[in-house]
Design a protein around this ligand. Structure first.
Ligand code: AMP
Length: 177
């Protein structure tokens, strides 16, 4: 068990104003990842609510979700499934499109990544408007498997993203309001 405090984890996240565009305060997790103790502590804390819940697959959202989802999968004794932007996954895949402020975006998952009986934990670094995570949840749900919950490192609560994620459990280590 790691002893990294929540405060230490919070302090390791760097705010970068106006990235990638004016008005956005980007939550940069690289200073957290670079610190072995804080990284391990964040992974353990993100996994903890889902221990003993029979998670068989951690589904991680491109691309910073991979950095957290992979060690969480190992911690939970689960397999790892990547959800990617269109055109990245090589084999037969499912796609879900979702609305952006202007236009649409899409996420994809391999068709054989999940099977009936799987119990899924969805992982990403930041819950912002919830559009990406909701689309990922639809991809998982469309496979007829149990979406047990979501685990985020950061929730930008003022954007109300959790309202878009339906009934599944939602855990976020750090909340910003
Ligand atoms: P959304 O679909 O609005 O919830 O956006 C979620 C996705 O965008 C996640 O994959 C995040 O990595 C990324 N994201 C959104 N807002 C931020 C932010 N302020 N800082 C870092 N990443 C963000």
């Amino acid at each position: 068990m790691s002893h990294a405090s929540l405060d230490a984890i919070r302090l390791a996240i760097r705010d970068v104003p106006d990235f990638p565009k004016p008005g956005v305060v980007f939550k940069d997790i690289t200073p957290l990842l670079i610190d072995a103790k804080l990284f391990a502590g964040a992974v353990e804390r993100m996994a903890a609510p889902y221990r003993g819940k029979g998670i068989t697959r951690v589904v991680a959202i491109e691309s910073r979700g991979f950095l957290l989802g992979a060690p969480i999968a190992v911690a939970l004794g689960a397999g790892l499934v990547p959800i990617r932007k269109p055109g990245k996954l090589p084999a037969a895949r499912e796609r879900v499109e979702y609305a952006l402020e202007y236009g649409t975006d899409a996420v994809e998952m391999h068709r054989d990544a999940l099977a009936p009986g799987d119990r899924v934990l969805l992982v990403d670094d930041v819950l912002a408007t919830g559009g990406t995570a909701a689309a990922a949840g639809r991809l998982v749900g469309a496979r007829g498997v149990a979406l047990v919950g979501y685990s985020f490192l950061i929730e930008l609560a003022f954007l109300g993203g959790r309202e878009r994620l339906g009934e599944a459990r939602i855990e976020a280590l750090l909340q910003y309001s």
